[in-house]
Write a protein of this length. Structure first.
Length: 202
């Protein structure tokens, strides 16, 4: 059944996560953050069938293309831009100066923030956290993985793997793998290993 929208009610919330708990018929919300009032409205997704479906909350400063999809429990905040055919779904939260483009998707309970670019067919899901990084091509980041200040291309970063200040290409990092200030590639497989300051890095 279509959701009956309540356009007259604006609900006050205390966090981005609280937005996810609002009923789908609530179309507007405000969040007071350090004395500043942030305004949110539900995105309306245009489906291939020509019908529309109420999506998640998008902040007034963010942009979502008409071809992109924002699930009803997802949140897009800050100056985030959701472009092309990209998807933000489930209980994912994208905030800050994030650009998601191409066929990329962020879902599950993933958190993406800061200056981030996600493009190509990249997928961020599970409880993964991405901060100030570039994720592209066919990269997968999931589980409880954390990627910060790094560039990930055509790689799988999963489980409890952590990647900081590194350039990772065509690599699988899983288990408790830890990559810090490294250049990693050539189909390398890391499981519970540490890569830190390799010889060819300063």
């Amino acid at each position: 059944m279509p959701v009956k929208e309540n356009r007259k009610v604006t609900v006050k919330v205390k966090s981005l996560e609280e937005l996810q708990g609002l009923e789908e018929n609530v179309m507007h919300a405000v969040l007071e953050d350090k004395g500043k009032i942030r305004e949110f409205s539900r995105h309306v997704n245009l489906l291939p069938s020509g019908k529309s479906r109420v999506g998640g909350f998008v902040e007034s400063t963010a942009q979502v293309s008409s071809t992109a999809y924002v699930g009803p429990k997802a949140v897009v905040a800050g100056n985030a831009q959701i472009k092309d055919n990209s998807r933000i779904d489930c209980t994912a939260i994208v905030s800050g100066d994030v650009v998601v483009s191409g066929e990329a998707s962020v879902f599950g309970n993933a958190r993406v923030s800061g200056y981030v670019q996600i493009s190509g067919y990249a997928m961020i899901f599970g409880n993964a956290k991405i901060l100030d990084s570039e994720i592209s091509d066919n990269a997968l980041v999931f589980g409880y993985a954390v990627v910060q200040l790094s560039r990930i291309t055509d790689s799988c970063i999963c489980d409890n793997a952590k990647v900081y200040d590194s350039d990772v290409h065509d690599t699988e990092a899983k288990g408790d793998a830890y990559i810090w200030k490294s250049l990693v590639g050539f189909e390398e497989r890391l499981k519970g290993q540490i890569r830190q300051n390799p010889p060819n890095q300063k």
